[in-house]
Design a protein around this ligand. Structure first.
Ligand SMILES: [Zn+2]
Length: 125
């Protein structure tokens, strides 16, 4: 196990909460926009395909924003986990190998729960 080190938890907590609010806003915006975007893509499709590509284009834009929303939701889950770790006192320790996650990595990605090496080996969740 890694030695206990002193992290400025308040700083990371603040970062995480800010990021959480920002992402939640984006999800709300994307969900609200999807009806408007469908309308727009129908108009574009009408011009470009005279009807034929309409459904395909609509399905594409819809699934793109759905994929984006699901990515953002995954990020929110990661942020929740990191916030729980701050409460538990396990924040900043790699879930896989138990080593300290470098501060530089936490600065760039405050929701990181694995060190760079383990993240590379495990791959994206
Ligand atoms: Zn690790």
């Amino acid at each position: 196990m890694a030695r206990k080190r002193k992290l400025d938890l308040d700083k990371y907590k603040k970062k995480l909460l800010e990021k959480q609010a920002e992402i939640a806003d984006n999800v709300k915006r994307l969900e609200g926009e999807s009806s408007g975007r469908d309308r727009l893509s129908r108009e574009v499709a009408k011009q470009d395909f005279e009807g034929g590509g309409d459904a395909a284009l609509q399905a594409m834009t819809r699934s793109q924003s759905a994929a984006m929303i699901s990515n953002l939701r995954d990020m929110l889950i990661g942020i929740d986990e990191a916030l729980e770790k701050i409460e538990d006192g396990t924040y900043g320790v790699c879930e896989v190998c138990g080593k300290n996650i470098p501060k530089k990595r936490l600065e760039a990605l405050p929701e990181a729960t694995m060190c760079t090496k383990c993240r590379t080996e495990v791959g994206p969740r």
